[in-house]
Write a protein of this length. Structure first.
Length: 281
């Protein structure tokens, strides 16, 4: 009997695309979730091949039950804070279980190239530092591993813009550029990697185009029917300087196909459809 693939973060932005992709590939999936669920993850087609285990990676609780017997593990749980601790807790449980033969980790382009030498660096761009520490936890675990680095998701840019639209003036980071990639394309790559052998650090995946941050948030506001002035903000510190110099970009790995403009068109269309359905109820 083939054991299920364990996915952490299976209900997040990436997980909602990753879990259905694994199911479509004929795999049973075990999802580590912080809350009990009776159904299945959104978008996985109500597949009976998805099982939920309650556990909290941040607190290190309930993880042993989730990893029991798991041979392939995809660590896709990500957040603005605490990624290093989550990776360490997962690795500890996997080492105790002793059954894992492939640990796949999704990281971020720039994790290794962004320096963190001050509290300013960590306060502004600590996510990259957390991801690098997560990489080191995985690569030093003694478990055969694969690490994929990706540029920022479209959804990350959208979430930042949504926050900015709550203010009279939308902020952007002066000199920052982004290469947004579609979460579904990253999920497809993770499925491919999970079905293969451990490969270490694999080539990164980036979106098809690079944009100044100001252009991204401005275009999001316009597409969603808002008018905002965009205010560039200078971010101090060496980490921010590295980002302005392109540490978060994967120019030679612009392999993603779905553009920011296509993402916006789909998102705005979905919002309009939702509003029309709500009005009809």
């Amino acid at each position: 009997m083939e054991l299920p693939i364990l996915v952490t973060g299976g209900t997040g932005t990436l997980g909602k695309a990753l879990v259905p992709g694994l199911v479509a590939a004929g795999k049973d999936v075990r999802v580590l979730s912080r809350t009990a669920r009776t159904g299945v993850a959104e978008g996985d087609g109500n597949s009976p091949g998805v099982e939920y285990i309650v556990g909290d990676l941040s607190a290190g609780q309930g993880i042993d039950a989730a990893v029991a017997g798991a041979e392939i593990v995809i660590h896709a749980a990500g957040s603005a804070k605490g990624d290093a601790a989550k990776a360490a807790h997962l690795v500890d449980s996997l080492q105790r279980a002793g059954s894992a033969r492939h640990l796949i980790y999704i990281s971020v382009v720039g994790a290794e190239e962004t320096p963190f030498e001050s509290c300013i660096d960590r306060a502004t761009l600590g996510y990259f530092d957390e991801k690098r520490k997560g990489e080191l936890a995985v690569s030093g675990s003694g478990i055969p591993w694969t690490i994929l680095r990706a540029t920022q998701f479209h959804d990350f840019i959208a979430a930042f813009a949504e926050l900015g639209m709550k203010l009279p003036i939308m902020p952007s980071f002066s000199g920052f550029r982004y290469q947004p990639v579609d979460a579904r394309e990253v999920a497809d790559k993770l499925v491919e990697l999970a079905l293969g052998e451990p490969a270490g650090l694999v080539p990164a995946i980036g979106g098809p185009s690079i944009y100044p941050m100001a252009d991204l948030v401005r275009s999001y506001a316009k597409a969603t029917g808002h008018r905002r002035i965009v205010l560039p903000m200078h971010i101090p510190g060496k980490a921010a300087k590295a980002q302005r110099n392109g540490a978060n970009l994967a120019r030679d790995r612009a392999v993603g196909q779905r553009t920011w403009e296509e993402y916006l068109a789909e998102k705005v269309g979905a919002q309009k459809l939702g509003a029309e359905r709500a009005g009809a109820d």
